[in-house]
Design a protein around this ligand. Structure first.
Ligand SMILES: *Cc1c(COP(=O)(O)O)cnc(C)c1O
Length: 364
């Protein structure tokens, strides 16, 4: 089965093999050495001199951690929403008592930094900005560099959902003034689900000390102090750590700029080939994601029918739409362990599957 959804993503054989290792004591020296190595490599990929904390959880768990560690009930929050995951981040802040203003953009359009500036000027009491770097539900990458500069200029705390971008799409935690940056092992990292990695800036640490939201499992302070002795407060997903160690070796060996360039190249290749079938892309080219491509479903073609046919006949698993885009688009994930050959497989399968569902693909 060729898994082409935006996470979990396929894992290289050596990463999978690492998962088969015997268990070790998570309070012993062997684990400490794995943790330290992984942490060091992660700082390189996060492009930060600050802390990177590793939680045993999915990406959403770490998003919740970002919120509960920096926000107090009643704090004013600006949630930038242009898709399903932006709404989720906003929901979380609201669940913990934040006064959330959702600055919404159409699903399929990028967040406009000018509108964010206006919102910050209108309400000086905003403390925290929530931003999805790469909106997986629409296949759009927001302009994090510009928004980070704005957040810095206005003295806000910027919490970034980088679950489907970090490790594949350039993100400079320190230089772009990101305060908390969250990602998950099952996306660009070529690792099974189970670990979430969180970058924490100096400014964020100040907020952590002041935030009044109750927290226990997610407490950044206890995670940091345990990391300093090569441990985690609670039993970690040891096997996923083994996998992440190997995957990070691969990324460093390929070279980070090469990893980013490969994702850009494969994404461009995907869009070109989709257009050559006569299909229409959801995202404008300037902000099209390098990790996931959203394609409008041609009239008359049902999402479920297409996904079922692709899976049963061609052994390719694609993703449908989420939220308001359910039934209107389908998505191809191309992040992590991916190259052009994987995309060729998808395009060739679409070329035979679509006509079976009544859509005539355009000739080359
Ligand atoms: C996948 C994803 C998440 C959720 O991650 P889980 O590991 O499923 O909790 C959050 N945000 C974005 C942008 C994602 O792509």
């Amino acid at each position: 089965m060729n898994l082409r959804i935006p996470g979990p993503t396929p894992c290289p054989p050596d990463v999978l093999a690492a998962m088969g290792r015997q268990m070790i004591n998570h309070r012993g020296p062997e684990f400490a050495s794995v943790l330290n190595k992984v942490k060091g490599r992660l700082k390189t990929v996060f492009q930060t001199r600050g802390d990177v904390l590793i939680f045993t959880s999915s990406g959403s768990g770490a998003m919740e951690a970002a919120v509960v560690n920096t926000m107090s009930p009643g704090d004013r929050i600006l949630a930038v929403c242009n898709g399903y995951f932006g709404e989720r981040f906003a929901d979380m802040a609201e669940a913990f008592g934040g006064q959330v203003r959702r600055l919404r953009f159409p699903w399929g359009a990028p967040a406009n930094p000018q509108d964010i500036r206006t919102a910050l000027e209108e309400d000086r009491s905003i403390k925290i900005i929530l931003l999805t770097h790469n909106e997986t539900s629409t296949g759009i990458t927001n302009d994090l560099q510009t928004i980070g500069a704005l957040s810095h200029q206005f003295g806000k705390l910027l919490l970034v959902d980088a679950v489907s971008s970090l490790g594949a799409i350039p993100l400079f935690t320190d230089d772009w003034h990101c305060d908390v940056v969250v990602t998950g092992s099952q996306k660009s990292w070529m690792v099974p689900p189970g670990l979430a990695m969180v970058g924490v800036s100096e400014q964020a640490w100040k907020a952590v000390g002041q935030a009044k939201t109750p927290r226990y499992y997610w407490d950044f302070r206890s995670m940091k102090s345990f990391h300093e002795k090569g441990q985690t407060p609670f039993t970690p997903a040891v096997s996923v750590f083994f996998a992440l160690e190997v995957a990070l070796e691969r990324m460093i060996a390929e070279g980070l700029p090469n990893v980013m360039a490969r994702h850009a190249r494969v994404a461009r290749y995907t869009r070109q080939n989709i257009r050559s079938l006569g299909l229409e892309l959801l995202a404008p080219e300037e902000c099209a994601s390098n990790t996931v491509t959203s394609i409008r479903l041609p009239t008359g073609v049902g999402a479920k029918d297409l996904l079922r046919l692709m899976e049963e006949k061609h052994k390719i698993v694609l993703a449908g739409g989420q939220g308001e885009l359910d039934g209107h688009i389908f998505r191809i994930g191309h992040l992590g362990y991916v190259d052009e050959k994987d995309i060729d497989g998808v395009i060739n399968a679409l070329r035979t599957a679509l006509p079976e569902l009544g859509y005539t693909v355009s000739g080359r």
